[in-house]
Design a protein. Sequence first.
Length: 269
Amino acid sequence: MLLVLFKKFLGKRQAHHSDSADAQTPEQIVILIQEGDLRLRNQFITDYQPYVAKVTSRFCKRYVDPARDDEFSIALGAFNEAINQFSPQAGRSFLGFSEQVIRRRLIDYVRKEQRFSQQIPYSTFEVEDEEDNIVNPVEIHQAVEQYEKQKGMEERRSEIIDLNRCLSEFGIRFGDLVDASPKHDDSRQALFGIAKTLSKDGELMRIMLSKRMLPIKELLAQVKVSRKTLERNRKFIIAVALIYQGPYPYLRDYLHIREDHEKGEDVRE
């Protein structure tokens, strides 16, 4: 449940086109993307990941896990390809067209995998170890990869649980963060910058952690925003500062917080 809420919190980080995109059809959005709107492309692909997963699962006749299955990656690439190839003059819906492209690419993938398995059976890779036991390096590699994926998921979950515990000391719940996340991308990026400023200042973090509150007075001396802005976005700033400063490498990576997204843009009042 916490992971779902964190994804929603993250999802709103890229919602700068949500107000206009909600009133547009997929076909209209694709046309804007084809005109060069890269941010809208990223948001559109993110919004339609559940659709891509559904189409992929229907094709594979089983549940496809977006975090693990190669088929989902193939399908997501095909969805992006469909954005490039779609023509409104063809008189068909974009989603219908994208499903056709996804199925075509998945068929190609399945055929390639079948050819590979027919030409190079797993037994080809079997060797004897020092104790004369038969081992298969390919299977071992796949097992290690699966273990690493599972380990990563467990560590992300552990980080979220720990962050949720820290937030509870500030009277903040993960559910609060979903509503607290700013709607506009430029506002969100500016708040990331404020949170990073806070996380890098040892004295400010000491005050925040000891008093369990955002040090608004002290922070105002370092950032160019109003008190009202800090008060309104208190929960968001605290959460991001904790992620920056705390032992949360997976969450920092999951948020894709980059330096070029954290430079001083004004927060919308």
